[in-house]
Ligand binder design. Structure first.
Ligand code: PG9
Length: 381
């Protein structure tokens, strides 16, 4: 039986192993060919997608997909800055694909916050799972010389989208990393924490996301937002004075203050019951936004994981603290080791290379210990 990690708790006492990449800004145009397409979904809506193919590809390569509501295109319409998130994986060889989700930025259709899984009896139903499925179907058929395997990852809302890919996975989907995923936005992620409404997240994020197709910064008439909220008075004034019923998610906060079907249907963590695709849940012990999601998603999938496909990494990070920079501090607290860089180069990159390239081995206890990594983990049974 394969011996490998399924839970890795990365503590702060990590001595950094040899780097896989310098992490310096690279000349993306020298490395990749860029292609921009509109991919049709099953209901005809087209999603804006940028495809980056390595110029030096010497073999059929896997596709690495990231979908997001936050915009993929560079301001100068050049190469997407989202590529830098994966610089540590360039050497392994991937066709990187980034996509604006339905209703956001360059994509057509209507944006629905944490769009719930569609009713299975509705043959024409769409959701983020069907959009991912249709996207993968198109990519596999239209990207020359790919190896037929697709990986996807995302953080936060992007983690929700990656987790949604697991709901009805495309057969070519071979590895998913849902990181800080918005697993249940009433029980523990973002908008409510066990029902306690998080006013600034709720008002500011919903308004920013649902006022137009692109991110935009709310304007306040003062710097002291605590004072601003105090002066709002009863929250019924938010619609009366500011939103006038135009922001769907704010109306949902008002209409659904309890854990009802509305929130349960949006909770991707509880839509997942069996690990059908290798998936790497990533959480930060001090994630102020989405700690509940990755832990609940892992726990739910663990209930039926006979094929040992369900993985969890938890590290000393705030929201997304593992994704860029060294990860050697939390605020003023020094860790004395680059936990974020270590995760990217010694866990995330080899994990994807194992499933998408058949390269190397899964990061396991022996390898981690040899790097002086202090971890605790439950070996794969
Ligand atoms: N999960 C993060 C978030 C969602 C809602 C409100 C505020 C933050 C995120 O997607 O960044």
């Amino acid at each position: 039986m394969r011996n490998f990690f399924r839970i890795v708790v990365i503590s702060a006492s990590i001595w950094v192993a040899a780097p896989r990449s310098s992490g310096q800004q690279v000349d993306l145009a020298a490395l990749f060919e860029k292609r921009e397409v509109m991919i049709p979904m099953r209901d005809g809506v087209k999603l804006h997608t940028e495809i980056y193919t390595p110029k030096d590809a010497k073999e059929a390569l896997p596709i690495f997909l990231e979908r997001t509501p936050y915009g993929i295109s560079a301001k100068d319409k050049g190469y997407s800055g989202k590529l830098h998130r994966y610089a540590h994986m360039f050497a392994d060889g991937y066709v990187f694909v980034f996509q604006d989700i339905r209703g956001r930025y360059g994509s057509e259709g209507l944006f629905v916050m944490n769009r719930p899984v569609h009713d299975p009896s509705d043959a024409k139903g769409v959701d983020e799972s069907t959009d991912t499925y249709d996207t993968i179907e198109w990519l596999i058929k239209n990207i020359p010389n790919n190896n037929g395997r697709v990986g996807t990852a995302g953080i936060s809302y992007g983690g929700f989208l990656a987790a949604m890919a697991l709901v009805n996975p495309h057969p070519a989907l071979k590895a998913v990393s849902e990181q800080a995923c918005m697993g249940d936005t009433w029980l523990g992620d973002d908008f409510f924490h066990n029902g306690a409404f998080r006013l600034s997240y709720g008002y500011e994020y919903a308004t920013a996301m649902e006022s137009n197709k692109e991110n935009y910064q709310l304007k306040f008439d003062r710097d002291d937002l605590y004072d601003w909220y105090l002066r709002v008075g009863p929250l019924s004034n938010i619609n009366k004075e500011y939103l006038h019923g135009k922001i769907p998610s704010w109306n949902s906060f008002v209409l659904h203050p309890t854990y009802d079907e509305f929130w349960k249907r949006k909770a991707v963590a509880s839509a997942l019951h069996q690990a059908k695709v290798p998936n790497l849940n990533v959480a930060g012990w001090w994630d102020q936004e989405d700690f509940y999601g990755p832990m609940a998603t892992y726990a739910n999938l663990e209930k039926d994981d006979a094929a040992h496909m369900n993985f969890l990494v938890v590290g000393p990070w705030n929201h997304g603290g593992w994704a860029s920079g060294p990860g050697n501090f939390l605020g003023q607290i020094p860790f004395g080791s680059d936990t974020g860089k270590y995760f990217r180069e010694q866990v995330e990159a080899p994990w994807f290379a194992y499933w998408l390239h058949d390269k190397g081995a899964l990061p396991g206890r022996r390898e981690m210990r040899s790097k002086g990594v202090c971890i605790s983990a439950r070996m794969g049974s």
